[in-house]
Design a protein around this ligand. Structure first.
Ligand SMILES: C[S@@+](CC[C@H](N)C(=O)[O-])C[C@H]1O[C@@H](n2cnc3c(N)ncnc32)[C@H](O)[C@@H]1O
Length: 284
């Protein structure tokens, strides 16, 4: 589309994300994701790149027979979860990821339903019975309204059901180094507005996290902090937040001119990592 102005966040997201995210990662590593063996190779590489991810998902799915997922991309987490539960529903604002993941399910004999709609608009009556678990990895911060997206997601979960969300950390090392004054300002405001989330208006900063294959940055990205999650819930969920992941840090003496990311995934990531893994259970 490109030249046509799209005026609401859902339309802009449906347009931007129609090319499933992960395509660039697959292309760089030479996986042909249009054939099952290529996509299986991609899935393995994805879980190697995020070595902690499966244990978060396993915790969210412990004892669950149903799960709703928001934000599918190329569906690595979707396929992993569909193998573990009886009922899987995938929701994505864009048609491309829904079609891609649905086809990957039928290629593998996996069962699931898909809904191409925005989480901002989904109501419990749209999904039938509520779910034992809800998982949203790297998606709610792109909706344009993180706080509403969390409430909509929570509404799809049974009392006692579990929630796993990954969103970006406002206080990650690279963002703080790039704009130290802003980071300090946000650190001060955070004490006055504990559930603040920060929309990123700088395209370059948004692009540093997410671009499509033509280099266009994601239209919306909201950053949050551990503290945001103390008060954001609409159902009294007490969220636990752990920081994970790290961007490559330039460091000339190291081979390749970068500090190996693997070294940074331990203690450094716990303190100033890029992603917040948010875990909770809906009170009974
Ligand atoms: C960065 S991708 C993450 C995909 C996948 N979970 C992963 O980790 O690879 C973000 C996904 O969120 C979806 N998304 C963005 N806004 C959304 C909304 N309002 N409702 C549902 N999905 C949305 C996008 O279409 C996209 O597929």
């Amino acid at each position: 589309m490109g030249v046509m102005a799209l005026d609401n966040p859902d339309e802009q997201n449906a347009d931007f994300w129609d090319e499933p995210c992960g395509m660039a990662f697959a292309g760089q590593r030479g996986y042909d994701i249009d054939v099952p063996a290529g996509l299986d190779g991609f899935d393995e590489a994805y879980f190697e790149f995020y070595p902690y991810l499966r244990s978060y998902v396993d915790r969210a799915l412990a004892g669950a027979t149903s799960v709703v997922e928001v934000g599918l991309g190329l569906g690595t987490t979707s396929r992993y979860m569909a193998r573990k539960v009886e009922r899987y529903l995938g929701i994505d604002v864009a048609g491309g990821p829904c079609r891609f993941v649905e086809r990957s399910f039928s290629d593998r004999g996996l069962v699931g339903k898909f809904l191409a709609n925005s989480i901002l608009r989904i109501q419990p009556e749209d999904v039938g019975e509520l779910f034992d678990a809800a998982v949203a990895i790297g998606s709610l911060h792109h909706t344009g309204d993180l706080s509403l997206a969390v409430k909509r997601l929570e509404a799809l979960v049974k009392p006692g059901g579990k929630i796993l969300i990954m969103v970006y950390n406002e206080f990650e090392l690279r963002r703080m180094l790039e704009r130290p004054g802003r980071a300090l300002g946000h650190a001060i405001i955070r004490h006055k507005q504990p559930n603040a989330t920060w929309p990123e208006t700088d395209e370059k900063a948004r692009g540093a996290n997410d671009t499509d294959s033509s280099g266009r940055p994601a239209p919306f990205t909201n950053y949050s902090t551990k503290r945001t999650w103390k008060t954001i819930s609409g159902r009294g969920v007490g969220y636990r937040v752990t920081r994970e992941n790290f961007h490559a840090i330039p460091f000339r003496p190291a081979p390749g001119g970068q500090l190996p990311r693997k070294w940074m995934l331990g203690i450094p990531a716990r303190i100033v990592g890029t992603d917040l893994y948010v875990e909770g259970a809906v009170p009974i």
